[in-house]
Design a protein around this ligand. Structure first.
Ligand code: ADP
Length: 164
């Protein structure tokens, strides 16, 4: 079974990595898809986001990471995947995720969505809050792996230097 795990991952957090680890254990191959967003302006380029995930998942044999744009179902189809993996943190994620899953299933009945509920210790984590803490030079070591924390601190410093 091949599964895709699509998302923005701007940047990847321990919450995403928990979903990657657990879903990769139940499928043959997991392809993490980094969305090249058009409307949102990401802090990191799609290639930077891919490299950070590659670095953080080196020890997992059946995980690949790639960039995609467009619809998740089209990405799943093009990857030969039968399953789209998504993480559910709280009830706030539920409504949107339910709508997406049902819409995707109408567009592509051969692809199903598999939800993993987040591990409790990561339930509060989002890329947005991590970026906020990093912007004020707070300690983000409990939220993201070291390579991501370093990249975030560097990016914040670059932005601040640019504002001077
Ligand atoms: P999006 O795809 O909505 O732009 P993200 O890249 O942040 O968002 O997230 C990709 C997927 O990972 C989504 O299914 C999201 O619910 C899930 N996710 C995000 N943060 C966590 C977390 N802390 N624990 C578990 N799942 C998460």
């Amino acid at each position: 079974m091949i599964a895709v795990y699509p998302g923005s991952f701007d940047p990847v957090t321990f919450g995403h990595l928990d979903i990657i680890r657990r879903s990769s254990a139940v499928v043959d191959e997991l392809i993490v898809g980094v969305l090249r967003n058009r409307e949102k302006t990401p802090l990191f380029s799609a290639e930077e986001r891919v490299n950070m995930i590659v670095d953080a998942t080196r020890d997992i044999g059946n995980v690949k990471v790639t960039v995609f744009s467009g619809l998740s179902v089209d990405f799943a189809r093009a990857s030969g995947a039968q399953v789209i993996v998504r993480g559910l943190r709280a009830i706030t994620d539920f409504e949107y995720e339910l709508q997406m899953a049902q819409t995707n299933r109408i567009m592509e009945p051969s692809v199903d969505t598999m939800f993993l509920t987040t591990s409790l210790e990561y339930a509060y984590l989002s890329s947005t809050t991590v970026k906020e803490v990093a912007a004020y030079e707070g300690d983000i070591s409990r939220f993201v792996p070291e390579n991501v924390a370093d990249a975030l601190h560097r990016r914040v410093a670059e932005i601040k230097a640019g504002e001077k």
